[in-house]
Design a protein around this ligand. Structure first.
Ligand code: F6P
Length: 341
């Protein structure tokens, strides 16, 4: 069998672990051939690819990023790929394509699969917001980075009697904010799933100061928004794909709190630090299992599905199920955190 593999969308710690696992299982387990397309679907469309052997993937398990490169693809080019998928499959002589990516990539994978390409998806995102799988690799690493930041911010906040507002990733779902906020013991957590009340945050900080704890750390997801009328909020800048981005919610909230509290507040935006660097052991294992199962699925001709974690088992889930709606934080999980505003 000849298998094509690609990584698309935003990168994520663990991508290289999947690539390595696919190559190992395919070459050693089945005697297959593997080719890697460069820069996501662009490589597939433009003919940029290279054969992958055991030496190419040696030493990459612990390395962040992706040796294949990654990119987002414009809708028109995706349509071009779907329309030509028979020709593309033939051109590269591939019996299966394993695209590794988030919601956008899996939507593209579904389009190609519906058009007849033999596709096995592998979900990835640090945001952990893909339906159909309990976890995505990269999430554990991102939560670890954000938790360490909260731990560190607490000591400097206490020294200066400040409020620190740490903004973490999560445009549509607040999993990173929730879990790093819980693990770091943030005094306030703001999620995209629930508009936050600034009055409640002000009250929480005042109560802490009143009982002698003269600092606070608030963990805010980049997609969190204030409740209507809670504080002034203008839309952020819109990116080339029409998404509202660069909202500066952490900075805006820090300024608002400083003004209302009359105490010093500082924003800290963690950004892509959460996506870079070496994956945790948990993410390496999950990524490796996904790669192994993706190759097995290809050999069973189990196409149009993606690998997924359910409980402790890896299973296959239809791509359609994964891309219909995002997996957001349910209310029960917010109640457990208590500090969600
Ligand atoms: O989708 C994962 C994610 O990390 C989001 O939380 C974040 O908004 C986005 O990627 C940023 O991606 P990029 O800067 O690569 O466009």
């Amino acid at each position: 069998m000849r298998i094509g593999v690609l990584t698309a969308g935003g990168d994520c710690p663990g991508l290289n672990a999947v690539i390595r696992s696919v190559v190992h299982r395919a070459l050693v387990g089945h005697g297959d051939e593997v080719i890697g397309f460069e820069d996501g679907f662009k490589g597939l469309l433009d003919g940029h690819y290279r054969p992958l052997d055991l030496n190419n993937v040696s030493g990459i398990l612990a390395r962040g990023g992706t040796i294949l490169g990654s990119a987002r693809l414009e809708r028109d080019r995706l349509r071009e790929a779907a329309e030509n998928c028979g020709e593309l499959t033939e051109r590269y002589g591939i019996d299966a394509l394993i695209p590794i990516g988030g919601e956008g990539t899996l939507t593209a994978a579904r389009m190609l699969s519906d058009a007849g390409m033999p596709v096995v998806g592998v979900p990835k995102t640090i945001d952990n917001d893909i339906s159909g799988t309990d976890r995505t690799f990269g999430f554990d690493t991102a939560v670890g980075v954000a938790t360490e930041a909260i731990d560190r911010l607490k000591t400097t906040a206490e020294s200066h009697q400040r409020v620190m507002v740490v903004e973490v990733m999560g445009r549509h779902a607040g999993w990173i904010a929730l879990e790093s906020g819980m693990a770091g013991g943030a005094h306030g957590i703001c999620l995209p799933e629930r508009p936050f009340e600034v009055d409640s945050l002000v009250k929480m900080v005042e109560e802490r100061f009143a009982r002698g704890k003269k600092f606070a750390v608030i963990c805010v997801a980049e997609g969190a928004r204030p409740a209507e009328g809670s504080m002034p909020y203008e839309k952020g800048l819109v990116d080339q794909f029409g998404h509202e981005r660069f909202t500066g919610i952490g900075t805006r909230l820090a300024i608002e709190l400083e003004t209302r509290l009359g105490k010093e507040a500082r924003p800290v935006i963690l950004g892509h630090v959460q996506r870079g660097g070496t994956p945790t052991a948990y993410d390496r294992v999950l990524a490796t299992r996904f790669g192994w199962h993706a190759v097995e699925a290809a050999h069973r001709q189990d196409f149009g599905n993606m690998t997924a974690l359910r409980g402790t088992d890896i299973t296959m889930v239809p791509l359609a199920e994964a891309v219909t709606e995002l997996k957001t934080v349910p209310d029960e999980r917010m109640y457990e955190a208590e500090s969600v505003f």
